[in-house]
Design a protein around this ligand. Structure first.
Ligand SMILES: [Zn+2]
Length: 252
């Protein structure tokens, strides 16, 4: 089939947080006034038949649009009853939506890399790890080395399509407005030792040519990121100003 015969690509696909944000907005229009507290996150997840992380993203998007206020140890309150809060303008996919896609793809990448990686790949992975440790030792985030580690792993599969997917998932994460908002509330220094251990475990399994272990290690890494994001985006963390003066922005 030639390109000319393909249907037009879909315009930007609708993000899951946007759909849920719209349903929360309709619910507020129907039965909530200014100052009223919304039901708990787990109840909203049940009502809408979606995961808690998706509800979390929707609530954050509405808070960023000035419609909701997250209060520490108390809950989420309506502060404005806009009919169409501008969550559509938020850049990128929700971080949990993006992580779900990474969970489907990157453990497989790690498994294939364990079978196919060359000595050059091992050296490049070791180099990215060394850079990560050095950046952390300087009290800095390891954006570049972390990105590099995941892309080198994809390159080790020898499949260019996987490299491109891995790279675009990473970029989608960095561009996400909700991701950036959560990171502003994250105590990065608490997580650094775990990020290094996670990547070391992936590296060791790939070097040992153990696909199953490599896949598990990648799954664990992505689960750890998801859990850290859930903690950083809970009501308590989002409502409280970040205590650290660290200017760290991103981690994965
Ligand atoms: Zn990573």
């Amino acid at each position: 089939m030639s390109i000319a015969m393909l249907p037009d690509p879909p315009s930007r696909p609708e993000r899951s947080f946007e759909i849920v944000a719209r349903r929360i907005t309709a619910m507020i229009q129907a039965s909530y006034g200014i100052g009223q507290r919304l039901p708990a996150e787990r109840d909203l997840a049940k009502t809408f038949g979606v995961s808690r992380p998706t509800v979390r993203e929707a609530i954050l998007s509405l808070a960023m649009a000035g419609m909701l206020k997250v209060r520490s140890n108390s809950g989420v309150y309506v502060i404005s009853r806009q009919e169409t809060p501008d969550v559509h303008a938020l850049e990128g996919f929700g971080p949990f939506e993006n992580l779900e896609a990474r969970q489907l793809i990157e453990p497989q990448i790690a498994a294939i890399a364990a079978q196919r990686a060359s000595e050059t790949s091992f050296a490049q992975l070791a180099e990215a790890l060394a850079m990560m440790r050095w950046e952390h030792a300087q009290g800095r985030e390891a954006d570049t080395s972390d990105h590099r580690f995941h892309v080198v792993l994809a390159e080790a599969t020898g499949n260019g399509t996987l490299v491109s997917i891995c790279d675009s998932l990473w970029r989608a994460q960095t561009e996400s407005g909700i991701w950036q908002e959560i990171h502003n509330h994250m105590q990065m220094e608490d997580y650094r030792p775990m990020w290094v251990r996670d990547h070391e475990a992936i590296f060791e399994a790939v070097q040992a040519r153990n696909p199953r272990k490599a896949s598990h290690a990648m799954t664990r890494h992505l689960n750890n990121i998801r859990d850290a994001l859930m903690v950083a985006s809970n009501a308590k963390s989002m409502a409280a100003p970040k205590s650290s003066t660290n200017s760290a922005k991103k981690t994965r």
